[in-house]
Design a protein around this ligand. Structure first.
Ligand SMILES: [Zn+2]
Length: 304
């Protein structure tokens, strides 16, 4: 036992030491674990915040850099204004009355085999007529604008220009009150041509337009407004009902009146298909028509 007792003491000491060391190591372990977890936490939170910052940079800075502030700023100052202002104008465009039912139509009679010459429609209805010539220039923005706003246009087309892209004009012609009419084959001045030459221009145009659009024109506008008696006779022979001139014109952004200083009921306004600014000029014209308390009539409703 005596032998056993010191052993036991020694064992007890040892076991105490062991317990102490275990407690210490457990404590240490806890401290270490806590320490690690704290450091990890800090590390992870640091990496998170770094990630967030990086993400933010990616989410915000990169697209901005992609847009390139240099490119973006002009867009918001000039280009978007150029595109968004017209859009805003579309919404606030003067609502011009369109193609009202005529209370009286101008009946045109060819007397002595000569078509009448009309530069203004005799009517008391508060309407004017938009006629647009040539068709060499085909601005898609203009087409979209007049179709979207249902603006009736009487199109006097050069048949060569029409044949280059008939869909452009047939699309505009879907607007109620619009029509495709005769402006010769190649924009020759009819007055300088023989009867046969004029026939080629007027009958030739009518044949081509009938083929292209399924309907022959009934109105002719001589290029440059230049015509003679032969023109009226040939026009009649080619199936035209009237030779149509104009009483006001808008060559670009300014409206010129044939007489006086304002539009009058029955005025026939001449414009042209242009490569640019068609929408801008049309908006201006609509504003003038609206301010004069006039509507846009369909020429073929009034000239029969
Ligand atoms: Zn012309």
């Amino acid at each position: 036992m005596s032998e056993s007792t010191p052993r036991t003491r020694a064992q007890r000491r040892r076991s105490r030491q062991i317990r102490l060391s275990i407690t210490a190591s457990v404590f240490l372990a806890v401290v270490v674990v806590l320490g690690i977890s704290l450091t990890n936490g800090k590390a992870s939170s640091a990496s998170d915040s770094a990630g967030v910052v990086r993400d933010r940079e990616v989410a915000t800075a990169t697209p901005e850099q992609d847009k390139t502030p240099g490119k973006d700023k002009p867009r918001t100052t000039s280009t978007p204004k150029a595109t968004s202002t017209p859009d805003a104008e579309v919404a606030t465009d003067p609502q011009v009355g369109i193609a009202p039912e005529p209370t009286s139509a101008t009946s045109v009679n060819a007397e002595g085999g000569l078509v009448p010459v009309i530069s203004q429609v005799k009517t008391t209805d508060r309407v004017v007529f938009l006629t647009i010539d040539d068709g060499y220039a085909k601005d898609p923005a203009f087409k979209e604008y007049v179709v979207a706003n249902k603006i009736p246009l009487t199109m006097f087309l050069v048949s060569q220009a029409a044949a280059a892209k008939p869909s452009f004009f047939s699309s505009i012609a879907t607007v109620k009150g619009s029509s495709i009419q005769n402006h010769g084959v190649n924009h020759s001045s009819l007055r300088t041509l023989s009867a046969a030459g004029q026939r080629k221009q007027i009958c030739g145009n009518a044949a081509t337009e009938k083929k292209l659009f399924g309907k022959a024109p009934t109105l002719v506008r001589p290029p440059y407004g230049a015509y003679n008696q032969t023109t009226r006779s040939v026009a009649y022979q080619c199936g035209m009902k009237a030779l149509v001139l104009w009483s006001a014109s808008m060559p670009s952004s300014r409206l010129y009146y044939g007489s006086g200083t304002k539009l009058k009921p029955g005025d026939i306004i001449l414009i042209h298909f242009r490569p640019t600014d068609g929408v801008k000029n049309m908006k201006k014209l609509l504003g003038i028509i609206n301010a004069a308390n006039l509507q846009i009539g369909s020429l073929t409703d009034y000239v029969k």
